[in-house]
Design a protein. Sequence first.
Length: 294
Amino acid sequence: MKPLIAFLLAAFGLSWAVALPLWLGDGLRTPVAGLLASLMMFTPTVGVLAAWLFTRTPARQWFRETGLTLGGHKGRTALLVLAAWLGVPLLVALAIAVSAAVGVLRVDLNGLSLFQAQLRAQGLSVPESLAPIAVTQVAVAVLIGPVLNAIPALGEEWGWRGYLLPRLTGTRGVVAGLLLSGAIWGLWHAPLTLLGYNYPGLGPWAALYFTGFCVLAGVVFGWLRLRSGSVWPAVVAHASLNAVAPAVMLLGDVAEPPNLVVAGLGGVVGWILLAVCGALLLKFFPVRTPQPVS
């Protein structure tokens, strides 16, 4: 129990410490907000190290238990890394398509007017045709985004899926462990989400709403971890999500900007898709309850 408490205290305490300048400053409009959000992603890794100080488990064993190795079946892990790399963009694209089809998202594929507005807001010139730039951005996000985002994603995933998830599933069962670890992951974002991060229209309620998203996304990420015995597929999925999720803003219509509470992967449409995906994975590709990590 002491290692778990040390992990949670370090991860949550340091996240608030890192975000404190936002609360003392201008919230998410603080110039260094993006940098601080990135630094926050490493606090779960500090939590893992804090837990290790109590266990003093030999390094190789600790790395294996917390998923830093490739698991018992390296071929399966490689396939799941590839599935995460390509599957997350497909989920994001499907969420955008379904959102548009059911009328909760208005897209502007011809003029990309919302993208134009974002460029002008940054003081950038807008070329006559934005399509090549938009296509390039999406391609880079899909193909290279997981690499660019891998280190900060590992900063989180070594904690949530690497250390915490096996501990919870080992003592509470797979489903309960997945749901609980996702809820903890979501609440950890509170220093940002209470300020409206990801859902600016909700204000402080964004913290509760984003926790719901994290529970569902955490089932998929957690399944990748448990199925492979490695944290790396979850790292790739997390890194890819951070890279491609903003595509919903790239394709939107400035006359009717996307309501992220309902549209895209982070909205209600995405919640449904993630819930279905997680349920299908657990039903057709079940995972074993691992031995709890110290």
